[in-house]
Design a protein around this ligand. Structure first.
Ligand code: GTP
Ligand code: GTP
Ligand code: MG
Ligand code: MG
Lengths: 270, 290
């Protein structure tokens, strides 16, 4: 390994570069290297220590716990991050577990968003609740709760339009969608921020803004089948306490896995 | 701001009115951190800092009354040059129908960019045809058709093989007299050899004047890898940098241009069909430096 031949200034720099290239961020990377270096002045099990640091930042894995009455999962995130696809995969997973699942097409803005979710509903075995393009997303969400309760659905997953967190009216719209779901008599059990693994330092700004708008309970890290390491989730966990719950590993229905911190850490350091 | 930070570095000690090279090194370390915070790729940031170092150790900076401003000025110039210098106009050479191919990773904004570009080119007097060669993503062709209807540009997409479809799309343009063919393709990862081979084949059979890579402005370190791999596999001629209406610093722009030498022609600045602007390197330099 990198440090088993002893340690030089270069090896510490190489370690920092590995972290930087993983989108951990320059301050976090430098801090982590300082800490590890203080514990390992002559090298040795450095990579193991770093791996341990990453695991302790990420915290314990938190599997999905959906119980009893209608569970609602709200899915949010910036444009193109993988929300609609993730919903299709998650719906399939839950249907395979024997649950009755519905998906709400509350992205009433983007071209063919409804059509895209409709295909995923068919593929996953979930029921689709949708209205015409241009309908009020809150109205779709409200409808979806009422219809899901009436049909004995176990889990309702609500798709929303991609939005940049810098657009306050769109963030307000998201807060409103959440309030409407609650007004309809349901609780939002999980709000997932879907984050593209290739996202750079802007990811933490995204997470902050979405947390302010709708209180995020988990991150789904998508497109981890690429070369990007997704190191930004460390800052999201450390600063906002939000854990990664699932990872997307491809574009097919089965390409969703529960988050495994050990796998993530190994990949980041590879 | 970066200038304020560097002022702090330089104000600590000055001997006989001249800066010590060590102070310049400290300032450059700060500049490197600023670039990394802005998502510039490590190798690109290091290369840029090295170029700036030799200029920063010049008499002009060392003897300056405002060395921080000088270093930032040098930084800005080097950044602007790497980003392309001045705005590069997007020209369509060759005999019609001229082909423009859009490529890039999943979700980067290709389909939206195809429609925006079609609208833009029509406003310049062109007769574009949109070709939907993404047969992978659910409702991808439907998305392009919907956008085409919105802007009044025809969309063609028939067949089940993206490569044959793309080639036939060009034939369709010849048939209808469209003088520009804009081909939308499926998002793909540079680490997926089958999909990169497909992209290469689409390029081979359509002989495009341009292969534009759509890249998301919020991309981090991976931008340099994506840009290099796409360049290698499909000979990218330039970029569209999308989602610049967010607050990402956009260091990816530098990574992409530095490693390919190709220009960024356009900036995507929103979800509407008018949200396509020419790209200005000097403005981007300021945004990256913060
Ligand atoms: N390779 C890979 N591609 C993915 C993954 N998740 C989603 N995608 C792709 O990313 C692209 C965007 O996915 P969408 O589900 O449309 O993303 P979205 O967030 O709903 O997009 P908007 O609604 O437009 O904001 C599609 O081409 C998906 O197939 C993943 O884990 N791996
Ligand atoms: N805010 C903003 N959103 C954009 C911009 N360009 C595209 N989008 C949005 O980003 C999302 C993805 O855009 P698409 O055009 O579907 O991306 P794509 O590259 O074709 O995606 P795939 O075909 O799945 O690879 C959509 O929600 C678009 O509306 C932009 O410049 N600004
Ligand atoms: Mg979507
Ligand atoms: Mg597309």
């Amino acid at each position: 390994g990198l440090f088993h031949g002893g340690t030089t200034e270069t090896t510490w720099q190489q370690l920092e570069d590995i972290l930087l290239k993983a989108d951990v961020g320059p301050k976090a990377a430098s801090d982590m290297v300082q800490r590890v270096r203080a514990d390992h002045p002559t090298g040795g099990n450095v990579i193991d220590t770093v791996r341990g640091e990453i695991l302790s930042i990420l915290g314990p894995d938190r599997p999905l716990a959906l119980d009893g009455r209608l569970s609602v999962i709200l899915v949010v995130g910036v444009n193109g991050s993988g929300k609609t696809t993730t919903i299709g995969k998650l719906a399939k997973r839950l249907v395979t577990e024997g649950r009755v699942v519905s998906v709400a097409a509350a992205d009433t803005f983007r071209a063919a968003a409804g059509e895209q979710l409709e295909i995923w509903a068919r593929v996953s075995g979930a029921q689709l609740i949708a209205q015409d393009r241009g309908a009020d997303p809150g109205a779709v969400a409200f409808d979806a709760v009422k219809a899901s309760e009436a049909r004995g659905v176990d889990v309702l997953i609500v798709d929303t339009a991609g939005r940049l967190h810098t657009k306050q009216p769109l963030m307000d719209e998201l807060s409103k969608i959440k309030r409407v779901i609650e007004k309809a008599g349901a609780t939002v059990d999980e709000t997932f921020l879907v984050l593209d693994a290739q996202t750079g330092q802007n990811g933490i700004a995204q997470a902050r803004a979405f947390t302010d708008a709708v209180e995020i309970t988990g991150v789904v890290l998508t497109k981890t089948d690429g070369s990007a390491k997704g190191g930004i989730v460390l800052a999201v966990r450390e600063e906002l306490g939000v854990p990664v719950r699932f990872v997307g590993v491809g574009e097919r229905p089965d390409d969703l896995r529960p988050f495994d911190a050990g796998v993530f850490a190994d990949r980041l350091l590879s | 701001t970066l200038t304020e930070r560097l002022d702090g570095v330089f104000s600590k000690l000055r001997k006989r009115g001249k800066l010590h090279p060590k102070q310049v090194d400290n300032a450059l370390a700060d500049v490197r951190t600023a670039l990394l915070e802005a998502d510039v790729a490590v190798e690109v940031a290091d290369d840029l800092v090295d170029r700036v170092r030799s200029r920063a150790l010049s008499e002009e900076v060392l003897k300056s009354l405002t060395p921080a401003q000088q270093v930032v000025k040098v930084m800005n110039e080097e950044l602007t040059v790497t980003l392309g210098g001045e705005h590069r106009p997007f020209t369509l050479p060759g005999a019609p129908p001229i082909v423009v191919l859009l490529a890039g990773v999943q979700g980067s904004g290709k389909t939206t960019a195809c429609a925006k570009l079609a609208k833009h080119l029509r406003s310049k007097g062109r007769r574009p045809l949109l070709v939907g060669a993404d047969l992978d993503r659910p409702a991808a062709v439907e998305q392009l058709r919907t956008l085409g209807r919105e802007i009044g540009v025809p969309v063609w997409s028939e067949g089940r093989d993206p490569i044959k479809l793309a080639k036939n799309g060009v034939k369709e343009a010849e048939r209808t007299g469209a003088d520009v063919v804009i081909i939308d393709t499926a998002g793909r990862l540079h680490v997926d050899p089958e999909m990169m081979k497909q992209a290469r084949r689409i390029k081979d059979v359509t002989k495009p004047a341009h292969v534009l890579m759509a890249c998301d402005a919020m991309t981090g370190q991976d931008a340099v890898i994506q840009a290099r791999e796409f360049m290698h596999d499909v000979d990218t001629t330039g970029f569209i940098l999308t989602k610049l209406d967010g607050d990402a610093r956009g260091g990816a722009a530098l990574s992409m241009t530095a490693v390919t030498g190709r220009p960024i022609f356009f900036a995507g600045t929103g979800e509407r069909m008018d949200d396509l602007e020419p790209f200005y390197p000097d403005r981007m330099a300021g945004r990256i430096l913060g």
